[in-house]
Design a protein around this ligand. Structure first.
Ligand SMILES: Cc1cc2nc3c(=O)[nH]c(=O)nc-3n(C[C@H](O)[C@H](O)[C@H](O)COP(=O)(O)OP(=O)(O)OC[C@H]3O[C@@H](n4cnc5c(N)ncnc54)[C@H](O)[C@@H]3O)c2cc1C
Ligand SMILES: NC(=O)c1ccc[n+]([C@@H]2O[C@H](COP(=O)([O-])OP(=O)(O)OC[C@H]3O[C@@H](n4cnc5c(N)ncnc54)[C@H](O)[C@@H]3O)[C@@H](O)[C@H]2O)c1
Length: 465
């Protein structure tokens, strides 16, 4: 290995890159990780998963106090919002966790190369004017917000913002228009609605949350409307005009029709994310992108260029932190000559609204395209714990192969759906049938019993409905 400075040089210290770098070092490989941001942890820790959950959690408490959920249990309070403190605890959560990664790098002897990396050739990378050589280079550069043509995002001004700007607002907007009814729009729209904003979500498609099971998408729309969000489905934005600290958003039906103008104090653009590849110098190593601007890899996360690997948001698949992390583990193991595998058929996804919305595996629509299915559904209203906790919304749905009974997909809308979905993912990873889940003893009273009952419903025999 003497010919190279490092065995492994990872570009990007998000959940894919930092996990991959730590695992590579744990496996005895001399490892460096280049990161252009001033702190480690990538999108997820700095401006994504963690700060959004800090505000979701805090705003949930505020709404429970304000909206009557606590009063139903005999706790009467009139809450007062101190947004500076709420934002302060968000920043503390981020700095605590990003600092934690720095500690883990030191502990595992991963060198942090500070600056943006650029390929000179497949084994040589330049970072902040210095060149480093590595036998293996892992591209883990993540993704950034997809811009909406003609709409300029200015997070500093705070009127037209992306998710990063929407996390950092210093006042609750009176009116907020969210462009895109996907995960970011619904999570951050929920935060500001709970804190007092009138939120309108403009979604191009005829339902929210593309990619999720259709029953779930329809139920989600009902729940968000009930919570006070205005949903404009099948609607497109044709222009955003900013005047001072206000904006006018012009919308019209996706298939054409009369235009309408929505007033907003803040406009959040959340129409998806795209891979970070600009400035990497991929042309220097002859690595081409696919039509979606992603880097293609094989099953082991190797690209077509020898010694160059890629993981996380920059490659195809759901843009999720846990998918990136698992790919980080796997790529390090593959580089070390072990067998690192990620089962892309079983990657759970969670929307951290309240209730949470979670799924793993196939939607009913996708499963039916493959063959006959049996479906079991169980409402949270009939789950004793959810009922006791005044959490009536949602359901669990288990989709199984009609012939073999193997579970193909599980979908949950429930207050703790993100926690519940882990057992479904594990069951699917072990090739469980709906009967396996139905005959697994679940603790009572828990929300998870709804998964058992939905599995029992696959054969038409749930108990509590
Ligand atoms: C608001 C928001 C909330 C989210 N919430 C969740 C959630 O709850 N759960 C979930 O699973 N996912 C969530 N995500 C998605 C999640 O953040 C991403 O899927 C995840 O961060 C991808 O990890 P990654 O390692 O591939 O890339 P990233 O986390 O994007 O990290 C890539 C890093 O590479 C660095 N970089 C880029 N180019 C270079 C270069 N040339 N040289 C050096 N460094 C470079 C970047 O600065 C960045 O720090 C959220 C995203 C957003 C925006
Ligand atoms: N809880 C989580 O796991 C979590 C949280 C936040 C973000 N993320 C990840 O970040 C990524 C980006 O999130 P996102 O919400 O920006 O993307 P998304 O793909 O989830 O949703 C974007 C939405 O915008 C709509 N859209 C696209 N163009 C539009 C237009 N011109 N006008 C109106 N609507 C339009 C799409 O139909 C879609 O519903 C997602 O892939 C997601 O996986 C995950």
């Amino acid at each position: 290995m003497a010919d190279y400075d490092y065995d492994v040089l990872v570009i990007g210290a998000g959940p894919g890159g930092y996990v991959g770098a730590i695992r590579a070092a744990q496996l005895g490989l001399k490892t460096a990780c280049a990161e252009g941001r001033e702190t480690l942890g990538g999108t997820c820790l700095n401006v994504g998963c963690i700060p959004s959950k800090a505000l979701l959690h805090a705003s949930e408490y505020f709404e429970a106090a304000k909206g009557g959920a606590m009063a139903k249990m005999g706790i009467k309070v009139t809450p007062e919002l101190d947004l500076d403190v709420m934002q302060g605890q968000r920043k503390d959560a981020v700095s605590g966790l990003t600092g934690g990664i720095e500690f883990l790098f030191k502990k595992n002897k991963v060198d942090w190369l500070k600056g943006y990396a650029q390929f000179k050739d497949a084994h040589t990378v330049e970072v902040a004017g210095k060149t480093y050589t590595a036998k293996n280079v892992v591209i883990a550069t993540g993704s950034s917000v997809t811009p909406l043509p003609g709409v300029e995002i200015d997070n500093a001004k705070g009127v037209v913002v992306d998710s990063t700007g929407a996390l950092e607002l210093s006042a609750v907007p009176k009116k907020m228009v969210v462009i895109g009814g996907g995960v970011i729009g619904l999570e951050l729209g929920s935060v500001w609605r709970r804190l007092g904003a009138e939120v309108t979500v403009v979604e191009f498609l005829d339902q929210l949350l593309p990619g999720m099971d259709m029953d779930v998408r329809k139920e989600a729309s009902k729940i968000f409307k009930k919570q006070g969000m205005t949903l404009k489905l099948s609607t497109k934005v044709t222009g955003v005009e900013v005047k001072g600290k206000k904006a006018k958003v012009t919308v019209e039906p996706s298939k054409g029709g009369d235009a309408e103008v929505l007033d907003a104090d803040v406009v959040l653009v959340a129409i998806g994310r795209r891979p970070n590849v600009d400035g990497l110098g991929l042309d220097k190593i002859g690595l081409e992108l696919n039509q979606r601007g992603q880097i293609e890899t094989d099953h082991d996360f190797a690209t077509k260029v020898d010694g160059v690997w890629a993981i996380g948001d920059v490659i195809p698949g759901p843009m999720l932190a846990h998918k990136a992390e698992d790919e980080g583990l796997a790529v390090a193991e593959n580089i070390a000559g072990l067998t690192g595998i990620v089962n892309h058929d079983v990657i759970p996804g969670v929307v951290y609204t309240q209730p949470e919305i979670a799924g793993v595996g196939l939607t009913e629509e996708a499963a039916k395209e493959r063959g006959a299915v049996k479906v079991g559904k169980f409402p949270m209203l009939a789950n004793s714990r959810a009922k006791t906790n005044h959490e009536p919304d949602g359901f669990v749905k288990v989709i199984a192969d009609a012939e073999t009974d193997r579970v193909l997909g599980v979908w949950c809308i429930a207050s703790v759906a993100g926690t519940m979905i882990a057992q479904a993912a594990q069951a699917m990873e072990f090739g469980a049938t709906s009967e396996d889940i139905a005959y697994t003893c679940h603790a009572h009273p828990t929300h998870s019993e709804a998964i058992k009952e939905a599995a029992m419903a696959v054969t038409g025999k749930p108990i509590h409905i």
